[in-house]
Design a protein around this ligand. Sequence first.
Ligand SMILES: [Zn+2]
Ligand SMILES: [Zn+2]
Length: 287
Amino acid sequence: MQVADWRTNPVANPQSAICNPQSRTVASKPYFPVARDLPDTPIRRVVDSFLNLIYPDQCFICSAPVTRRSDCGVCDGCWRNALRLRIAPPRCPSCGLPFQNFEEHSEYLCGKCILEAPPYSGARSFGHYAAELRRVIQELKFHDRRNLVGLMAPLLAGVFFENWGREDFDIVAPVPLHPKRSRERGFNQSELLARSLSRQIALPWVRALVRTRPTLPQVGLSDARRRDNVRNAFRCTAPEAVYGRRVLLIDDVMTTGATVSSAALALLDGGAIRVSVLTVARTTIFD
Ligand SMILES: [Zn+2]
Ligand SMILES: [Zn+2]
């Protein structure tokens, strides 16, 4: 198992920054914002105060007044709580499932990965899909608050540089929605995240997959039903962009891993030589 491969990053390997001049333009170490990662200028404060007089805004989680437009409708307290849900090691080196009661830097695989190795070469997520972090993701998806992508993409970039380096990948690809759901929602949150992340880590993003049939929502299904639900649900539509490439697959939430496994298989069928997975959150207590 190539554990060391997944953890290669420019911090551990300073040579990579020298070999690739482009990497000097992007962050080269794990960076997790502790509060907002947004610029705040005096002019913006004046404009925001004026707008708040006309359209007072409230936090969509706790209803506290939100004073800045750039806060995207979530107050500082709730955002800090969302950041506290970050997944810390030790975790399964393959699927990223956090372990409890294991010594740090454990290299043990989780039971599920021992039984069946996933098709992807490693999956990582920023945080637990719970409480404030779940509310933020749901607000993006179901209430069309697309500017929340600006808050979440830096979290993905932090996890990316903590586990990998840009020399480990060629392209970034989002998990697609079925065209019908995409039409209903008007956007694909995974694509917005992938586009924003691709700018931050200076790698191109590609719309490489299509969902060939609608699938039931994964929530509430058993493990076996989830696998059946998404089996052969994806097809690679851009083999010329994927062939011989190392792909970073992006999604908003990972549940049992059935969806990302199915999408990873489609990319491998399309000729990708390796697929790794990065999501904002993952369920850590299976229901
Ligand atoms: Zn709040
Ligand atoms: Zn695992």
